[in-house]
Write a protein that binds this ligand. Sequence first.
Ligand code: ATP
Ligand code: MG
Length: 414
Amino acid sequence: MATKFQAPRGTFDVLPEQARSRRRLEAAAAEIFARAGYESIATPVFEGTDLFERGVGRSTDIVRKEMFTFEDKGGRSLTLRPEGTASICRAYLEHGMQKLAQPVKLSYLGPFFRHERPQAGRYRQFHQLGAECIGTDSPLADAEVITLLADLLEELGVPGVELRLGSLGSFEARRAYLEELKAHLRAHEGELSGDVRERIDINPLRAFDADDEGTQGVMASAPTIVERLEGEDAEHFAEVRGLLDAAGISYVVDPTLVRGLDYYTRTIFSFVCDQLGAQSEVGGGGRYDGLIEQLGGAPTPAVGFAAGIERILLALGETAAPSVGNKVFISTNYDEEMERAFALVSDLRHKGIPAELDLAGRGQKGQLKHANRIGAKFVLFLHGENAELRDMESGEQRQIDLANIADEMTGGSG
Ligand code: ATP
Ligand code: MG
């Protein structure tokens, strides 16, 4: 009978083989975050809808059309989190983290939800990992969070990565620039796509992201904010670049870079990968000096990034990772040795040695086949007082002293 149930559109199951490459990625990220002092934080997968309306911005694609919003039984509007930064800033304020030594450095990893048209690298439930550095406007913080993601992609061996860097200036500088940009767009209204034209006043920066030829032609001659940066904004951007240079991180300055969220100020960045086709961004982020104030806190500068875990795995070719090495399979003769074999398996596991035994009542031959299937490096045969260890690669088999099995395994593997 064909199964009736399927995972909902735009979602997927992570099967054991895929879980292994995910674990490798997650472990690498956890290590990089820990080394740099980014403690982990977890927030709920849903929040009050107003948090995202305020924190992500009503003019963004995310709030306009991508949120999974529902009412709870009390009639309160809730939304499955589409991104992490607003929630983390909410938690920062709710738990009085502004009273801690600043900056507060946090990292996270988990599922996020956006109602988008599913395609390769774009899902309705996906996973992000990210970091936030809250409470300093130092360019060192910008360079630090960029470095975290650069190091992760490098360590995982993601091929064809390019870092694009831009700056949006402070809110004040941006306001003047946006007026200039709107004037440019209005002067060429006839050549713009309908969507861009409608949003000239709401979100003119998004025109840089448009994929229609008309708008792209208009944007080729548009003024860019990077050219307009002045004073402290220009200095801040130059310092971030200098720090990245010092750390040996290569980047291209992209004056047309914009990000999907309203809250960015000054530094913005995007890591793209040439292996990914249309959904080319593996991760990105920037500085959001106005967000915490927007959520009701005191003005608090901050910077962070988020990266898409599925995009990174896709870029890596999502090769199925091999199962854990050095595993021992204990062959049991069900009648006499079962309890002894079971005790031995537990003991080995407690000692940190991966160990399995047959749970399905297979005969001797079937057990050997199964040992092969699960990638066991050794098979242990128990015969009364004697124990024999077979190396599955070389086929070599020798008597061992069970008391020293851990040493025998490492010694025996050469
Ligand atoms: P895109 O331009 O691809 O829509 P975005 O600007 O919406 O990206 P962000 O909000 O900055 O992306 O999210 C950070 C990262 O999360 C992206 O770089 C991407 O790797 C990943 N991501 C975003 N949306 C999705 C999705 N629907 N499915 C899978 N990954 C996603
Ligand atoms: Mg998007």
